[in-house]
Ligand binder design. Structure first.
Ligand code: C2E
Ligand code: CA
Ligand code: CA
Length: 639
């Protein structure tokens, strides 16, 4: 056997082994369901077939002079080689498209047009046994290239160029690993092609394709770092990378966020934290609805599904299916666990414009007041608003956009000034004026409430240090404390630290704690209150009457003032039942020897009513709305 032929056969065997290895591990990994995986597998199979046909053709060439069968084998080998090989570049082009997240389901006509060069080349190859335009054999059955073979190269070059163009166009859609893998592919394949083009005896092309595909397998097809070990579906990292790909490539889709909202029940029911078991169970269920590669496990209680059509009806239908499943309990061990779910179906890119928006949907706390468990369309505006407010709070602390307003409180009997409540405002350059009801809960959730409350306390201390409040006869300024803040272990020390930096009388500061906090953790709170009262601070219970509460605990805490919520006052005006509640609240608080303040006084009639009941202090729009410090000083000086 001539050395050149032996050499060729060895090279083709190598290509065969390398690409067959690729197939083996792709199948072992069972990654063959996604279109991208299918295209990759097709490429490997094509290289395997090509290697085989070349091995057959080259082996047969040696004996083709003697046997007719061998001559046929040579013909068949070369013909099938060309038929398959012309398809590698177009299929690779499709593979690049799918890695870049391009939508290949719609726009069929355009795709068909794209494959015209491939079809023409295949026709040339199929007709070759008759025309001999692509290749022919001489008298010794030696293979020679003919003019039409350049058509094959031109067509392949065209697809490679289109793939490179796509890659450049959607460069940002890919992470570094994927970019590197695709560039590596082009580099190795083009090198192999050039070598073979200039010296036809060095058949480097097929081997370079096999090796390059193996590189692609390592970097793109093996997805261990994208898979969530517990559930076997994609993880958070995969969502970030895929959402980026979809957004950059302008892909339209629906993102379904499935959030289990009562996972704490699992611990309660099973006595152990079986959240992971539950996650697995739910992931398995999801797989019955959509392919596994469209499911992402973000947290043990949060899943995201990518629905690749921008079809709201379908998204809502699927959300309905999932919601229905959650009406039945889930079986963990011997326990039947009822789970609650919230499903959000968001239009990408209409509502979800960035990767952060998507993560936001997954991570943001579930809105409290919800009358439905499937949110879609404008229901989700709160999400975007929330994200914007979150930014405004962060920005506000950096750029000093917060401001403390003051609302005066008055003695009911004499209508003279008693004090003021400090209420925070946020003036954001983008969102305008924001009210605390909106941004305080958000500041709490993103862990910035301490900074906000510290700012208010410092501002109040500055105001007190100026001496104006005492000059004006104010007895105290009230400062609101967030629930989270006063439960922290070093809270009392922290507050004293801040106040001690100013020259102020601690009796002038009155902290307001809401009723719900007081009822929450009596032991911690009583320690805090005791410690701080020893230092001279005063305390008020805020929002009395808004929640259920453990009266006994609350009144064992040493509050100076109880602030009755405005809703109690307003309902007292409306009917007898409300009147009874207000009367008995006032009587009870007085018997416990606490001072009483009623909020939300807007009319003379209300004030008269409070006077008759013997309420100590009043606060409300009748006297003044909360106003800026400058306006507040102005108002005091005028009266
Ligand atoms: P709150 O402590 O119950 O404050 C009283 C709220 O009632 C204030 O709303 C005030 O503007 C409003 N108000 C007072 N009088 C009347 C009235 O006659 N009629 C009506 N309709 N409303 C009246 P604001 O300033 O929007 O504050 C809302 C809540 O935000 C506060 O409720 C408080 O819980 C919280 N907050 C305000 N400032 C701070 C702060 O510096 N730190 C913390 N942690 N929370 C704050
Ligand atoms: Ca308050
Ligand atoms: Ca209040």
């Amino acid at each position: 056997m001539p050395f050149v032929t032996q050499f060729k056969i060895v090279i083709y065997c190598a290509s065969f082994v390398v690409s067959a290895t690729g197939i083996l591990f792709t199948l072992l990994n069972r990654r063959t369901d996604k279109l991208q995986n299918k295209l990759y597998l097709t490429l490997l199979i094509m290289v395997v077939c090509n290697s085989l046909s070349e091995i057959i053709a080259d082996t047969a060439t040696i004996s083709s002079g003697v046997s007719h069968a061998a001559a046929v084998a040579v013909e068949v080998g070369h013909l099938s080689y060309h038929l398959v090989h012309s398809g590698i570049a177009p299929i690779f082009f499709l593979y690049v498209l799918s890695v870049c997240g391009a939508n290949m389901s719609g726009k069929r006509k355009r795709y068909v047009a794209m494959f015209v060069p491939w079809i023409i080349v295949e026709l040339f190859v199929m007709l070759n046994p008759v025309t001999k335009w692509v290749y022919y054999y001489d008298r010794n059955m030696e293979y020679h290239r003919n003019w039409a073979l350049s058509m094959v190269y031109i067509s392949s070059g065209l697809y490679v160029a289109m793939a490179i163009f796509m890659l450049m166009f959607l460069w940002k859609a890919l992470n570094t690993k994927r970019r590197t893998a695709l560039i590596y592919f082009f580099f190795i394949v083009l090198s192999g092609l050039c070598v073979q083009l200039f010296n036809y005896d060095l058949r480097a092309e097929l081997l370079s394709e096999a090796v390059a595909l193996l590189g692609v397998m390592i970097a793109i097809e093996i997805e261990d770092d994208r898979i969530d070990a517990g559930t076997g579906v994609y993880n958070r990292r995969a969502l970030i990378s895929d959402m980026n790909t979809f957004l950059v490539s302008g892909r339209q889709l629906y993102l379904l966020c499935v959030k289990i909202t009562n996972t704490e029940i699992i611990k309660h029911a099973t006595g152990s934290d079986s959240t992971d078991t539950l996650s697995k169970l739910v992931a398995e269920y999801m797989k019955t609805l959509v392919p596994r590669y469209q499911i992402y496990s973000i947290n043990p209680d949060t899943f995201m599904l990518t629905l690749m059509e921008n079809d709201e009806t379908k998204a809502v239908w699927l959300a309905g299916m999932i919601s229905e499943r959650f009406e039945r309990p889930w079986k963990i061990g011997d326990n039947e666990i009822p789970l609650k779910v919230l499903i959000m179906a968001a239009d990408v890119p209409a509502r979800i414009r960035t990767v952060d928006d998507a993560l936001y949907m997954a991570d943001s706390p579930v809105p409290k007041k919800l009358d439905k468990n499937i949110l879609t369309g404008s229901d989700l505006d709160y999400l975007l608003r929330r994200a914007a407010v979150e930014n405004a709070v962060t920005r506000g602390l950096d750029q000093h956009n917060f401001e403390v307003f003051y609302q005066p409180t008055y003695h009911v009997a004499t209508r003279t000034l008693h004090g003021a409540e400090a209420l925070i405002r946020l003036r954001d350059p983008e969102l305008g004026n924001l009210f605390p009801d909106e941004f305080i809960p958000i500041a709490e959730q993103i862990g910035l409430i301490d900074d906000v409350d510290d700012y208010v306390l410092r501002e109040v201390c500055k105001f007190l240090e100026s001496g104006i409040p005492t000059e004006m006869g104010m007895e105290c300024i009230n400062v609101n404390l967030s629930m989270l803040q006063c439960m922290q272990p070093a809270f009392a020390e922290h507050i004293v630290d801040i106040v001690d930096k100013f020259n102020v009388d601690k009796h002038m500061i009155n902290f307001e704690i809401t009723e719900s906090v007081a009822a929450g953790d009596y032991i911690t709170l009583s320690r805090v209150v005791r410690l701080m009262k020893k230092q001279g601070f005063k305390f008020s219970m805020d929002d009395y009457g808004t929640g259920y509460s453990n009266m006994q605990s609350i009144f064992r805490l040493d509050f100076d003032i109880v602030k009755i919520d405005k809703s109690i006052l307003w309902s007292a005006e409306k009917g007898q039942m409300g009147q009874i509640i207000l009367d008995s609240s006032v009587r009870m608080i007085r018997q416990m020897r606490r001072k009483i303040l009623v909020e939300g006084v807007e009319t003379e009639h209300q004030l008269e009513m409070l006077k008759e009941l013997g309420v100590d202090y009043a606060q409300g729009y009748l006297f003044s709305k909360p106003i800026s410090k400058a306006d507040f000083i102005d108002m005091l000086q005028k009266s």
